[in-house]
Write a protein that binds this ligand. Structure first.
Ligand SMILES: Cc1cc2nc3c(=O)[nH]c(=O)nc-3n(C[C@H](O)[C@H](O)[C@H](O)COP(=O)(O)O)c2cc1C
Length: 312
């Protein structure tokens, strides 16, 4: 399944990846304060989803158990299938106030949050964790057990601690340890880069499902078990058109084009596209001009430079 990714796992990209084989849809994280206190612009976009995305998960973050409950009760009215608690975000603005991965420092608060949510909501409540705050506080087994004991229906584990950010390798051994200890389904996450890594992670960790984040931004076809070099030029073209259509339908032409830029760069990276053309594609706001350029590019047999995941 596609990982929740702020700035990426919006409605259009989730719909696209669901159609390509991702098992469920998880929103970008939603700030409980925005739900309860005041909505910033574009807040409603985060809550929007299509029926075809179900099972649909709202992911929420906060450090205040009572407020997270209040937010979850409001979110429940929008009829998600699951509400997920973020316990992994490493961003300072989130973690340093005790939310996201900041919760890992306070397992008692995690217990309180899961008690409150599982007793008050009618939808299942799940969690997503990292392995701990830093290398000296790898409390993932304790945290995972607490989450299960306090009613969670499923747990996703990103095999890194907070201090690592996205550096170093994800620790799949830790995911395997958690899977051995828990009875609820465990989703493995971290460093699934190629299609074959999906089965590798399942074999190595015993996890029940695999979550893919960064690699999907460059290769959404990974949910069809395809590596980037196995995707035909026609398929790339059609996928770009589908996502662009979804983007424009959801955000309108100008914002839809702008928000699509970060994807177009990834999709075209393997091809030898002239720098000037790429620049125009990444700056143009008019969809017909964009399509004209894209059609010009794709009527040629494109030279493939090489797969380069590291750029993303
Ligand atoms: C740009 C970006 C935004 C992210 N936003 C979220 C988020 O909103 N909620 C969350 O639980 N994780 C978030 N993550 C973490 C991913 O869900 C995932 O755990 C992480 O990228 C590791 O998986 P990967 O190696 O497949 O990328 C984000 C990651 C990236 C790169």
């Amino acid at each position: 399944m596609l990982a929740p990714m702020d700035g990426y796992s919006d409605l259009p990209f989730r719909v696209l990846t669901r159609r390509l084989g991702s098992a469920m849809s998880i929103t970008e994280f939603i700030n409980a304060i925005d739900v309860v206190v005041g909505h910033p612009p574009h807040h409603d976009e985060r809550l929007a989803y299509l029926e075809e995305e179900r099972p649909l998960v709202y992911q929420v973050f906060d450090d205040e158990p009572a407020r997270i409950l209040q937010a979850a009760l409001i979110l429940e009215k929008h009829k998600p299938d699951i509400i997920d608690v973020n316990m992994g975000c490493p961003a300072r603005t989130v973690a340093n106030r005790g939310a996201g991965s900041g919760l890992l420092k306070n397992p008692q608060k995690i217990a309180e949050i899961f008690d409150l949510l599982t007793k008050s909501l009618s939808v299942p409540v799940t969690g997503k964790i990292r392995l701990g705050w830093d290398e000296n506080s790898l409390n993932y087994l304790e945290t995972a057990r607490i989450i299960e004991e306090h009613g969670a229906a499923m747990l996703t584990v990103h095999g890194r601690h907070r201090k690592q950010g996205y550096q170093g390798n994800a620790n799949w051994d830790a995911i395997a340890e958690i899977k051995q200890q828990l009875h609820i389904p465990v989703i493995g996450n971290g460093d699934v880069k190629r299609a074959e890594d999906i089965q590798k992670m399942i074999n190595y960790t015993g996890c029940d499902a695999v979550m893919i984040g960064r690699a999907a931004r460059f290769n959404p076809w990974i949910f069809s078990f395809l590596n980037r070099e196995e995707v035909s030029q026609e398929n790339v073209y059609e996928t770009i058109q589908s996502q662009l259509k979804l983007n424009i339908g959801f955000y309108g032409e100008k914002r839809g084009m702008i928000l699509f830029r970060k994807f177009i760069k990834g999709y075209l990276t393997p091809y030898a596209v002239h720098a000037e053309t790429m620049y125009t594609l990444l700056t143009v706001e008019d969809v017909s001009r964009f399509n004209q350029l894209l059609n010009n590019i794709f009527t040629r047999k494109l030279a493939i430079i090489q797969e380069n995941e590291e750029k993303f």
